[in-house]
Ligand binder design. Structure first.
Ligand code: NAP
Ligand code: F7E
Length: 331
């Protein structure tokens, strides 16, 4: 039975990846931070077969201890401070967790492997935010990086450290440059989930309007369940490498709003949406669209959920959640 250790187990991707690995008969270990993590019960409910270990990306010795217990064949480093807006307010912390945290996991892997560096395969959750002020359209593995936030800068550090450990020590270390991926499990601070939750609540008469920032930004949005499959595929390859994972389509926040509101029979969303400078960013990433030819050709990966299906899936899940929360009859 192969063994995997997943950091960021409480996050959107951690849960989907754990489900995927369990379905493939892995023994899955998840790294949980904090002495009383409020998301422990969610993990226990969604993936009860995952074995939880405590540890923090900023604490090398806690990682070494977790490695000793999990004895992993594969390590998926999904843990990070991942909210871009928050990274300006907490730039140092973001660099320590999202940037240097990667170095800690790589270093724990190297020390734990000892003379047998080939015994572990490592996955790093890199991000399209590294392209920031894009230098080419679409963006591929060879596009020049130009991060626009402390989060993006920290991810660039982790990305190059991963490549460096591969080149310096021969570690099987791969970096997935994933474009935005969403789901009903997306944190409510991210724009897609903020919209789907608000649309559901507006439709049920629980909320009047939603306040957003820049509606013109364009993103290449896919479904998280599809994207974790690419992570696993990367670690099944003979050679470690870097891969862009994306749909190849780009859409504005406005287009996401169109589909989400139409799902609850509201054709004109403008009277429900306000903009507030609070939600604009000091430096914006205006346009992201990925070229995932390499992942499609070498990994045989392809996204299944379309852009149009994504807002509908998320609004439907939020309608159900809000009905349960507020004891509203669904009929
Ligand atoms: P997420 O939902 O925000 O999850 C982040 C995870 O990191 C949580 O489990 C969180 O634990 C954990 N974490 C935070 N600080 C930590 C620390 N000091 N030590 C250990 N764990 C810590 O993110 P996601 O959407 O699942 O994304 C997974 C990874 O992919 C992240 O690295 C993200 O930056 C990257 N990524 C995401 C996307 C996307 O569109 N979703 C795209 C490209 C790259 P708590 O619950 O305890 O806070
Ligand atoms: O913002 C605009 C905002 O926070 C998307 C993370 O998973 O994907 C994610 O980063 C866009 C931006 O995601 C609001 O200005 C407008 O242009 O949903 P987001 P993100 O910043 O793209 C990348 C790939 C990651 O790696 C990250 O970890 O939406 N926007 N109004 C808003 N954004 C938010 N959050 N809230 C608003 O009210």
């Amino acid at each position: 039975m192969p063994r995997a250790l997943v950091t960021g187990i409480t996050g959107q991707d951690g849960l989907y990846l754990a489900e995927l690995l369990l379905s493939k008969n892995y023994e899955v270990y998840g790294l949980l931070r904090g002495q009383n993590n409020p998301k422990r019960s969610l993990v226990e409910e969604v993936v009860p077969d995952v074995k939880l270990l405590t540890g923090d990306l900023t604490d090398l010795s806690s990682l070494m201890h977790a490695f000793g217990q999990a004895q992993p064949d594969e390590i998926y480093n999904l843990g990070a401070i991942s909210f871009v807006a928050y990274s300006w307010e907490n730039a140092r912390l973001t660099s320590e967790v999202t940037g240097q945290g990667v170095l800690n996991v790589l270093e724990a892997t190297r020390i734990w492997c000892g003379d047998d560096i080939g015994k572990v395969r490592f996955y790093q959750a890199s991000s399209s935010e590294m392209f920031g002020k894009v230098q080419a359209v679409p963006q591929s593995e060879t596009t020049l990086l130009w991060p626009r936030s402390p989060y993006g800068v920290a991810k660039v550090f982790g990305h190059y450290m991963t490549i460096n450990y591969r080149e310096s020590y021969g570690m099987h270390a791969s970096s997935g440059i994933l474009f935005n991926h969403e789901s009903p499990r997306r944190g409510p601070e991210f724009v897609t989930r903020k919209i789907s939750q608000a649309v559901a609540r507006i439709a049920l008469g629980l909320q009047d309007k939603i306040t957003l920032g820049n509606l013109d930004a364009k993103r290449d949005w896919g479904f998280a369940g599809d994207y974790v499959e690419a992570m696993w595929l990367m670690l099944q390859q003979e050679e470690a490498d870097d891969y862009v994972v994306s749909t190849g389509e780009t859409h504005s926040i406005g287009e996401f709003l169109d589909i989400a509101f139409r799902y609850v029979n509201i054709d004109d969303w403008t009277k429900y949406v306000e903009q507030d400078p609070r939600f604009f960013r000091p430096a914006e990433v205006d346009l992201l669209v990925g070229d995932s030819t390499k992942a499609r050709e070498k990994l045989g990966w392809t996204p299944k959920v379309t852009f149009a299906e994504l807002p509908e899936m998320m609004v439907e899940a939020d309608l159900q959640e809000q009905r349960v929360l507020h004891r509203i009859d669904g009929n």
